[in-house]
Structure formats: structure tokens, C-alpha cells
Design a protein around this ligand. Structure first.
Ligand code: GDP
Ligand code: ZN
Length: 308
């Protein structure tokens, strides 16, 4: 048996007492070493995405000895529980935002919402526009140009024809990627196109939720090729705008944030003020007008403070 410090794995799934840990190409069913379990709430301690040191007790079973330092965490506040923070998953570094050209209709408003969530949670956003067999990428050139200029990579794919799949696959390498996108845009189809043997069933999860049937809202990581993982959880999709108030929004809109120092008023909301550099950029066409209106819509939907 190897020493524990040689076995560093990743937690894929957490249930009440056991944890599925990916170790090389195997999945080890783990429990917590007594010492770790005693260090507070055992169930709360180890999270999906954690890198852990394990010792093997058999070919397929082991003990979690130690949690390695976390690089990031994705959490949301639960309003009904006095704003208690709930960690959904840890060590996620990328948000793959999937839209479709048609069926469902392309919605830049949704894209900008997901970009705000990515910026807020410090996830690297990657944009994927799927179903290019229904409408050609040229029809989305304005979006591609503008978002690329903001340093957000834009990929075009068709899970049906295989167009762009190889390029999209490269995005996952050496990352833990969370998938977001409306139901029906092709999230499961894209993952299946990239890795045919993986049955992520993301669609099934959201459909069951809509019908109100029992479903687990727990996050789960799926291993793709070496050292890449994908996560799809209703929790991430419903992250919404927790902890973002009106005054915060501009800092998560990278273009608005860029123009803001030139506004006449330091506390400019970029909605109606005279001497607003953002409004000016919209007028000259430097800022994409559609994106500005998405900013205004999101701004209107946000609260001014948590107690409002
Ligand atoms: P999800 O809900 O985002 O996981 O979406 P699914 O992967 O379940 O796909 C929803 C529907 O869109 C299914 O009927 C798929 O066959 C279809 N679909 C997925 N990708 C494409 C695509 O690139 N082109 C076309 N025409 N249909 C697609
Ligand atoms: Zn302004």
C-alpha cells in the first residue's frame, strides 16, 4: 500500500458519509479518517471539487486524510436561513456559458447575466454558441466581435454535425468547468459529443426539477479526459445574483467598468446622469448598445441593499 501523501485525488461526489474520489482513472469510495471527522461538521467539511490526500484500505476503498488548500469556492446565500452561506463546490475555475442560435432563441440578456455571475465568482468565462446547423455563425458576428474584444472567448459548435467540437474540447483541458445555459441549448449533447461514453444527463436533472419531483440538488463532478472535470448542478444554474446589489453591477460589466472613471460623477449609475462616459460610448457605438440595455435591465432587477 502506498503512503497517503502519494494519493491525491479529487472529490467527485459527496453523500452523507461517503465521498467518491477520483484517483488517476479509478474511483475510490472514501470515508473520513476519524481525526478529520472530529474536526467539526464532517459532512460540511469535505466539498465536491476538493483535492484530498487519501489512504487506500482496499482496491476501491479509502480514507480521506487531509483536504488540500482550496483555490476558490462557489457559494450562495440561503435567504430563508438567515443568509447562511452554502458552498456548492470548490476549485472550479471556468464557466462555460452555452447558448443556441435558435430553439431556444439566442438571448444576449442571459449571456450577460452569466457573465456577471462569472465575474462575481472569479470564474474564467467561455462562451459557446451551439446549433450552428440551424443558423450560421456569420449571423452572430457582431456578438463574436464584441465579446472577443472584451477578452471573452467565443466558440461556435453544432453537436449535431460535429462542427467546432474539437476546438471546444480543448477548452476543458486542465480545468474544472461548470456548465450553464438554458434547458435545451445542448449542454448534454455537447458533452456527449466531446466524450461519447459519459452520460452526464444534465437535461434530465433540470426537467425533473421543473416537474417538482424529488431530485438531488447536490453538485457532482464528471471526469473528462486527463485532469479535466465538468460540473453541472442546478445550484450553479440558480446561483443568480446573490450578493450583488445595484451599486456593484458596474464592476462586473467589464466594459462599463472601463468607461466609468471618465464619468462626471464618481457615483454615476450610468443610467441617466449627465456627463456619463458609458452613455457616450453607447452613442458613439463604441459600446454595444444591446449589451448596455442588458446592463440597464439587470440594474433594474437588482436590490439596492440586502434588506430591501
Ligand atoms: P440541454 O438541456 O442543454 O442539456 O440540451 P440537450 O443536449 O438535451 O439538447 C436539447 C435538444 O437539442 C435535443 O433534442 C438535442 O438533440 C438538440 N440539439 C443539441 N445540440 C444540437 C445542435 O447542435 N443542433 C441541433 N439542430 N440540435 C441540437
Ligand atoms: Zn456613467
Amino acid at each position: 500500500m502506498r503512503a497517503a501523501d502519494e494519493n491525491i485525488g479529487k472529490v467527485l461526489k459527496a453523500t452523507r458519509k461517503t465521498y467518491d474520489v477520483a484517483l488517476e482513472s479509478k474511483i475510490i469510495r472514501c470515508t473520513l479518517r476519524g481525526k478529520l471527522a472530529a474536526e467539526g461538521e464532517a459532512f460540511a467539511a469535505v466539498k465536491v471539487g476538493d483535492d484530498v490526500k487519501i489512504s487506500l484500505t482496499s482496491e476501491t476503498e479509502g480514507l480521506i486524510e487531509e483536504i488540500l488548500p482550496r483555490k476558490s469556492q462557489l457559494s450562495r446565500t440561503i435567504e430563508s436561513r438567515a443568509y447562511q452561506e452554502h458552498i456548492i463546490a470548490v476549485n472550479i475555475n471556468q464557466l462555460l456559458i452555452i447558448l443556441s442560435t435558435k430553439r431556444p432563441k439566442f438571448k444576449s440578456g442571459l449571456l450577460d447575466r452569466y457573465l456577471v455571475i462569472a465575474e462575481k465568482n472569479r470564474l474564467r468565462p467561455v462562451i459557446c454558441i451551439n446549433k450552428t446547423d440551424l443558423s450560421a455563425p456569420e449571423n452572430f458576428a457582431d456578438y463574436q466581435d464584441y465579446y472577443t474584444k472584451l477578452d471573452y472567448p467565443v466558440f461556435f459548435t453544432s453537436a449535431l454535425t460535429g462542427y467546432g467540437i474539437a476546438d471546444l474540447a480543448s477548452v476543458f483541458q486542465n480545468s474544472v468547468t461548470a456548465l450553464v445555459g438554458q434547458s435545451g441549448v445542448g449542454k448534454s449533447s455537447l458533452i456527449k459529443a466531446i466524450q461519447p461514453n459519459l452520460d452526464i444527463k444534465v437535461a434530465a436533472v433540470s426537467d425533473r426539477t421543473q416537474k417538482g419531483q424529488h431530485t438531488t440538488t447536490a453538485a457532482q463532478l464528471f471526469p473528462l479526459a486527463q485532469n479535466s472535470y465538468v460540473i453541472d448542478t442546478p445550484g450553479i444554474r440558480e446561483l443568480g445574483f446573490w450578493g450583488i446589489y445595484k451599486k456593484d453591477l458596474a464592476q462586473y460589466f467589464v466594459d462599463v467598468h472601463r468607461y466609468a472613471p471618465q464619468c462626471q460623477f464618481a457615483d454615476c449609475t450610468h443610467i441617466h446622469e449627465p456627463g456619463c462616459a458609458v452613455l457616450q460610448a453607447v452613442e458613439t457605438g463604441e459600446m454595444f448598445a444591446e449589451r448596455y440595455w442588458n446592463y440597464v435591465n439587470i440594474y433594474d432587477s437588482l436590490k439596492s441593499a440586502y434588506y430591501e
